[in-house]
Design a binder for this molecule. Structure first.
Ligand code: PBG
Length: 325
């Protein structure tokens, strides 16, 4: 009953047939666009390792958010570059911090756009670590208090979703209880539940100015060799009250995206990180790859693996390409 009876090529014969049987459909609604907020007015500072990505002052961020909205992208995620860094990362939980100001301005201009605030300490601390440092170690439980204050402050500014990214144990439970106590029971948590200690974050560390000044993040981010541990992290974050979970990075971890999708009923996001973006942009700039075709193929692969949502610096371009622009 095989060839010549069965001919899979029949259903590939024309574009319309291929459209009819396509299993995975990428949409602009799948995307979340990352934005980097800096102090000042009319600031648009190119991130050299991420062509097309800028550090933006609040006035520029609003324009960028409007562009996303017009393209059908439903959400942005904000990262902040503070005016001053200190050991506690004070601007992180200051009501007039850069992200708080950006959230207020974007929500005022575009109430329908979903605004996500990343919650971590690394951009705010003078040592560049994701937690409180004591004797050269990251103090997990002392860090939770700061994450609680930051999350509540973002909620007060109007963030719809907070996204803790520091891989501290208990961060979701701590943030959930702080939000609820402060009257923000309807603010959701998108947990970076499964975040690997990856070398693909280095362009982001230029964009967010959050590279560690000593050591690395291997005592809290996951070992790239581990997959079962991802399911354990997933389980814990669901128990702690995560509304959605993220796998990060995306492309080198599509097996993890797939396993997480099989293991949970909550929405799964995948972060197509800065290094993944930089590789494509570099190859495209050299004429080695067709950027449009490669980006759409990569994003489709992330969705096919099981991601409901994709955080990606390609979001605006991909939305335009999907609309045939
Ligand atoms: C930490 C954070 C990082 C990224 C998102 N949140 C960097 C890190 O863990 O060092 C990386 C995102 C990217 O590479 O695009 N707050």
């Amino acid at each position: 009953m095989h060839f010549p009876i069965v001919r899979p090529r029949r259903l590939r014969a024309t574009p319309t047939l291929r459209d009819m049987v396509r299993e995975t459909q990428l949409n602009p609604q799948d995307f979340i666009y990352p934005l980097f907020a800096v102090h000042g007015e009319a600031v648009r500072r190119l991130v050299s390792s991420m062509p097309g990505v800028y550090q933006l002052s609040v006035d520029q961020l609003v324009r960028e958010a409007e562009e996303c909205h017009a393209l059908g992208i439903p959400a942005v995620i904000l990262f902040g570059v503070p005016a001053h860094k200190d050991a506690q990362g004070s601007e992180n939980f200051s009501d007039d911090g850069i992200v708080q100001s950006a959230v207020r301005a974007i929500k005022a201009a575009l109430p329908q756009l979903i605004v996500i605030a990343d919650v971590c300490m690394c951009e705010y601390t003078d040592h560049g670590h994701c937690g409180v440092v004591r004797d050269g170690q990251i103090d997990n439980d002392a860090t939770l208090e700061i994450l609680q204050r930051a999350a509540v402050s973002y909620a007060r500014a109007g963030a719809d979703i907070v996204a803790p990214s520091g891989m501290m144990d208990g961060m979701v439970a701590a943030i959930r209880s702080a939000l609820d106590e402060a009257g923000f029971a309807t603010v959701s948590i998108l947990s970076y539940a499964i975040k690997y200690a990856s070398a693909f974050y280095s362009p982001f560390r230029e964009a967010a100015e959050g590279a560690p000044k000593f050591g690395d993040r291997k005592t809290h981010q996951m070992d790239p060799a581990n997959a079962r541990e991802a399911l354990r992290e997933l389980e814990l974050d669901i128990q702690e009250g995560a509304d959605m979970v993220m796998v990060k990075p995306a492309l080198p971890y599509l097996d993890i995206v797939y396993r997480v999708r099989q293991a949970t009923h909550v929405p799964v996001a995948a972060y197509n990180v800065s290094g993944e973006y930089a590789m494509v942009k570099a190859a495209a700039a050299n004429g080695w790859l067709d950027e449009r075709a490669v980006v759409l193929e990569l994003l489709t692969s992330i969705k096919r693996a099981g991601a409901d949502l994709i955080l990606t610096y390609h979001a605006k371009d991909a939305a335009r390409w999907l609309a045939g622009m």
